[in-house]
Design a protein around this ligand. Structure first.
Ligand code: HEM
Length: 192
């Protein structure tokens, strides 16, 4: 379900395919890292609550990264690695979209047809006035938030739904009949 949810979210949020869902192929590193983010950050709850507002003001990013690397705390290093995977994946996708900008016509065509949230956001951002434009950093932040917020929730909801359906045959039969009836009346769902 994690794999499925990441692919649903990748296409709907970012217009990007993480995984063609072929059996036996290794998980995208984003899946594994996203699953670890919440448990790891909860194990550093006190630090996050009381120290992070101070730590973020400590000198430039490079200096804070140096501090994190130097402090011998395994959990923090694991969290650092998770955050790096999530952030670097967003940067990679963002850069692959921006690379298209070189060819203005292809870029505009892709953005104008894209129904994913990122294309809509970038389309609106291109039309926005100078003071309303988002910095690249803000666009990246939106990508990571949306992908993370959508993935774990969707995989959990799908899993719970299938688990309950597997234990409640009557409900499963009712749902199956409703879907069959809807298909007979309206045909298959189309993505176009
Ligand atoms: C079954 C699936 C989902 C569940 C159960 C779920 C649940 C939640 C919950 C409980 C919150 C916190 C609300 C609050 O207390 O303020 C939230 C916030 C949020 N969710 Fe979801 N969510 C789901 C799917 C999604 C998807 C698909 C997206 C993106 C496309 C998404 C994006 C967000 C964002 C951006 C927020 C933060 C909103 C804000 O604070 O401004 N979620 N979600």
């Amino acid at each position: 379900m994690t794999r499925t949810a990441l692919e649903l979210v990748g296409q709907a949020d970012l217009g990007y395919s993480f995984d063609d869902l072929t059996e036996g192929v290794a998980l995208h590193p984003y899946s594994k890292s996203a699953k670890q983010l919440v448990p790891l950050s909860f194990s550093m709850l006190l630090l996050r609550m009381y120290l992070s507002s101070v730590v973020v003001k400590l000198g430039p990013l490079k200096f804070r990264q140096f501090l994190v690397n130097m402090i011998p705390w395994k959990t923090m290093h694991r969290l650092r690695d998770v955050v790096d995977v999530l952030h670097n994946t967003s940067v990679e996708i963002f850069e692959s979209k921006m690379a298209l900008e070189e060819d203005d016509e292809v870029f505009k065509a892709q953005l104008s047809q894209g129904k994913d949230i990122l294309s809509i956001l970038m389309r609106d951002d291109m039309a926005a006035s100078k003071e309303d434009k988002l910095a690249d950093k803000e666009l990246l932040g939106q990508m990571s938030t949306l992908t993370f917020a959508a993935m774990d929730t969707t995989s959990g909801a799908l899993l719970r739904m299938l688990d309950l359906l597997s234990k409640n045959q009557g409900v499963q039969d009712k749902l199956r009949n409703e879907i069959r009836e809807a298909r007979q009346q309206n045909g298959d769902l189309h993505t176009g």
